[in-house]
Design a protein around this ligand. Structure first.
Ligand SMILES: *Cc1c(COP(=O)(O)O)cnc(C)c1O
Length: 220
């Protein structure tokens, strides 16, 4: 019950250009089913093993998003079915996704993860690495991935100004990147930013996709 109520509270305040990814990591299938029953179809997980198991045991029409850090050697396990990979932050990983997508006769949608937070520990590309990747010959030859946008995580802080600044910077990078590399490509349209604690700020700053876990399913 609580899950359905939480979901509808969040969705009631979303305009229809913002997609909600329900982050179900560590939560049992029963929790996902509860959300599914009230119409939620997009779920996000951050561990390959858990993602594979849940995909195998839950309804076929769920769109599974990989939102966490992804190791190249594990791509093959999710390549047959993953709907969107949010955390691509090296050309090597993208090459592996392309290779495994091809083996599965698929095109896998990806987001490039940008490093926008102050913390050293968070993954992601800086501006120079982003340009390097998008301008590379290797990328030009990839036929089995599409870059649908950017993803970022703000610093874990109660300083709202800091969070606002980081989300704004991602929006700016997105706009510039679209202009420079994807001006004729309608696929490049997603800015994945915002979690339970900061999704309202993120939407305010231009997010088109929020990844919300604990506000839907409760704490972990
Ligand atoms: C866990 C996680 C989320 C959701 O976090 P909540 O604070 O529970 O909403 C969003 N994005 C990523 C990458 C995560 O790992």
């Amino acid at each position: 019950m609580a899950i359905a109520t939480n979901l509808s509270k969040i969705k009631d305040n979303l305009s229809n250009h913002v997609t909600l990814v329900a982050v179900s990591k560590t939560k049992p299938n029963s929790a996902i089913e509860e959300a599914y029953e009230v119409g939620q179809r997009i779920f996000g997980e951050n561990r390959v093993q858990e993602l594979v198991e849940k995909h195998a045991s839950l309804p076929n029409n769920i769109e599974w998003h990989m939102i966490g850090h992804l190791q190249s050697k594990k791509v093959k396990h999710i390549a047959p079915f993953v709907a969107l990979i949010h955390g691509v932050d090296t050309i090597k990983l993208l090459e592996e996704i392309n290779k495994r997508a091809k083996q599965n006769d698929r095109i896998i949608p990806c987001l490039l993860q940008m490093h926008i937070a102050q913390e050293e520990t968070k993954f992601g590309l800086d501006q120079e690495e982003l340009n390097g990747l998008l301008a590379s010959d290797s990328f030009a030859q990839m036929d089995n991935v599409t870059i649908e946008g950017l993803m970022g995580m703000a610093t874990f802080t109660s300083d709202q100004d800091q969070v606002e600044m980081e989300f704004s910077s991602l929006k700016t990078v997105f706009d510039q990147t679209k202009k420079t590399y994807f001006s004729n490509n309608n696929r490049f349209k997603t800015i994945s930013m915002g979690m339970s604690g900061d999704y309202k700020i993120a939407i305010d700053k231009g997010s088109t996709m929020i990844r919300v876990g604990s506000s839907i399913f409760g704490g972990r």
